[in-house]
Write a protein of this length. Structure first.
Length: 170
């Protein structure tokens, strides 16, 4: 295997690497083509190619792949939510910077902006996830849309109910 010349070597030097793989038992899910294997093309256009060391039943290999995909999906959803929250927080940061004219008011407005950014990020994340699931899991998508609508209604209803009201403690 030629890896090219590296800085400091004389022109014409060749670096060679050797890799030895000893015979072992493996489990493979793929399509056999002559003396080789290619990823299996599914009827919906995806590909499957799984390789594990040792003898593992096919259903266990598929379950491991499903579990890995589920974990990755939830990690990506969480990262997307965090990015949305921080993006909204940065947009709303202008309010706390403006309110910093009065020393302690800026931190109070900043805390309120963080709460608003969190609530909006939760609602938007639920809507995005619901639209992603609308064709594959319509009941779950509908449930998420209902939760997002209820949260939106609660935020606006709570906001309208607190304007101009005086609470009496007598």
């Amino acid at each position: 295997m030629y890896l090219g010349s590296v800085a400091g070597n004389v022109a014409g030097d060749v670096r060679i690497a050797m890799l030895v793989t000893y015979p072992t038992e493996i489990s493979l899910v793929a399509r056999q083509v002559a003396n080789s294997f290619r990823p299996y093309k599914t009827s919906v256009g995806g590909t499957i190619s799984l390789l594990h060391a040792g003898i593992i039943p096919a259903d266990e290999m598929f379950q491991t792949a499903v579990d890995q995909n589920t974990t990755l999906t939830w990690i990506l959803r969480f990262v997307g939510f965090i990015m949305m929250f921080f993006g909204l927080r940065m947009i709303l940061n202008i309010l706390s910077v403006t309110a910093d004219i009065i020393p302690f008011v800026g931190s109070i407005v900043g805390a309120g902006a963080s709460v608003v950014a969190f609530l909006v990020a939760v609602i938007v994340a639920f809507v995005i996830i619901a639209f992603a699931w609308i064709f594959f899991r319509p009941l779950l998508a509908f449930g998420l849309l209902v939760v997002a609508a209820a949260a939106t209604f609660a935020v606006f209803w709570r906001g309208k109910g607190s304007k101009g009201e005086v609470v009496s403690t007598s």
